[in-house]
Write a protein that binds this ligand. Structure first.
Ligand SMILES: C[S@@+](CC[C@H](N)C(=O)[O-])C[C@H]1O[C@@H](n2cnc3c(N)ncnc32)[C@H](O)[C@@H]1O
Length: 375
């Protein structure tokens, strides 16, 4: 397969995962229904009487109503995903007419079980929308994005350029654009690119869309209401950007896109958030960050070191101390560094919280370095 074919396959795979979501999520909830039906009748009766929820959708009450309400919310999530898919089908012109036939064939073979990993990514996207584009995500954005924004504000004048690699759904890059910088987000996953394209280019009012990101796990909820709660997005209107704003999202793998000659010395600042640990080889990321910055340019970073490829081959995992020792070797001089407050990443509330203590640093590029040739 050539690069374009690989790209198309990736895109088609994401659209397939998108459309499989409904069937997969409903089947998970059906297992709960089967569990309820397998209980002694007396226990079913107790659950019907004690679980205080009624379902306007089905007219049921008690535990059965809870399952009906989950199904209802799965359908609503699927509707939003479908809108995203419809809007983005022509995205970067990757699909041809034969793709419509293929999608129809896929819909005709409902017995094929969707890959769990792909469905996990779809569920993650729903939570990522809450982090980046809803008022629910305000606290996470304040903890993670604000230090980066402040660091750039203190060092780069308005109109300067900021690159955000691993931009996810684009909110941080958007915030830089809102402040008058030339801002560019870079992202390689269509799971992220599709919804960000949709939010940035197809929303016309605040809280226009509603999703239910927390219905996929029934564990650790204090109340069923918490699990069923809606998340409205976007919390701000992307069209509030001035028509003169210079904001873009670039699809592609960070090293492939930004090691190119045309990107050399192009940027005044690079802001990375929960990104550098996506590297198999962090040294290559450091080379490229150095390369895109002009001398005197600023790199601000926030994140833990949750090495994404730790269990794959060819991955190098480093401790924070080891990473810090690398920075001068790659032409960076540290200006500021601290451990940030404990924070969640796409946290959902409830009785379980994964807390990160991300490290924040700001450094300057002091000199050019050579990129090591590939082996
Ligand atoms: C943990 S998420 C962080 C997203 C966002 N910065 C945030 O803080 O919410 C890491 C993002 O980097 C993207 N990513 C990982 N490796 C990448 C690469 N080599 N090039 C471009 N994007 C990449 C992933 O798809 C994912 O969206």
């Amino acid at each position: 397969m050539d690069d374009l074919e690989l790209e198309r396959a990736h895109f088609r795979g994401v659209l397939r995962a998108w459309s499989d979501y409904l069937q997969h999520a409903i089947s998970v909830n059906s297992r709960r229904r089967a569990s309820l039906a397998s209980l002694p009748h007396a226990h079913q009766q107790i659950l019907a009487e004690t679980v205080q929820i009624s379902s306007p959708v089905s007219g049921a009450s008690g535990f059965r109503a809870k399952l009906d309400e989950i199904d209802d919310r799965i359908r609503r999530n699927a509707d939003v995903l479908e809108q995203v898919a419809q809007f983005t089908r022509s995205f970067v012109g990757l699909l041809g007419e034969d793709d419509d036939d293929e999608q129809e064939q896929a819909a005709d073979s409902p017995n094929k079980s969707p890959a769990e990993g792909d469905q996990d990514r779809v569920r993650t996207v729903l939570r990522q929308i809450a982090r980046d584009w809803s008022s629910e995500g305000y606290e996470e954005r304040r903890s993670a994005y604000q230090p980066l924004i402040d660091a750039v504000d203190a060092r780069v004048s308005e109109g300067g350029s900021v690159l955000v690699p691993g931009a996810g759904l684009g909110r941080l890059a958007f915030e830089f654009a809102l402040k008058g910088y030339r801002a560019q987000g870079n992202e390689f996953s269509y799971y992220m690119l599709l919804p960000s394209h949709f939010i940035l280019n197809n929303t016309s009012r605040v809280r226009e869309h509603t999703i239910y990101p927390y219905i996929h796990s029934a564990s650790n909820w204090v109340s069923t209401e918490d699990m069923l709660r809606p998340v409205h997005f976007p919390d701000v209107l992307p069209t509030m950007l001035s028509p003169n704003a210079d904001f873009s999202m670039v699809a592609g793998e960070f090293v492939e896109v930004y090691a190119k000659d045309c990107e050399h010395n192009e940027w005044d600042a690079v802001a990375t958030c929960f990104f550098i640990d996506t590297a198999k080889n962090l040294l290559r990321y450091l080379e490229v960050i150095n390369r895109v910055l002009r001398v005197g340019g600023v790199w601000a970073n926030v994140g833990p070191l949750l090495w994404h490829f730790e269990h794959d081959s060819d991955s190098i995992e480093l401790s924070l101390e080891e990473v810090m020792e690398l920075l001068p070797r790659f032409g960076f001089e540290i200006e500021e560094r601290r451990t940030l407050e404990r924070q969640q990443y796409t946290g959902s509330g409830g009785m379980l919280a994964h807390l990160y203590m991300p490290e924040f640093w700001v450094c300057r590029k002091t000199r050019e370095i050579e990129m090591a040739p590939a082996v």
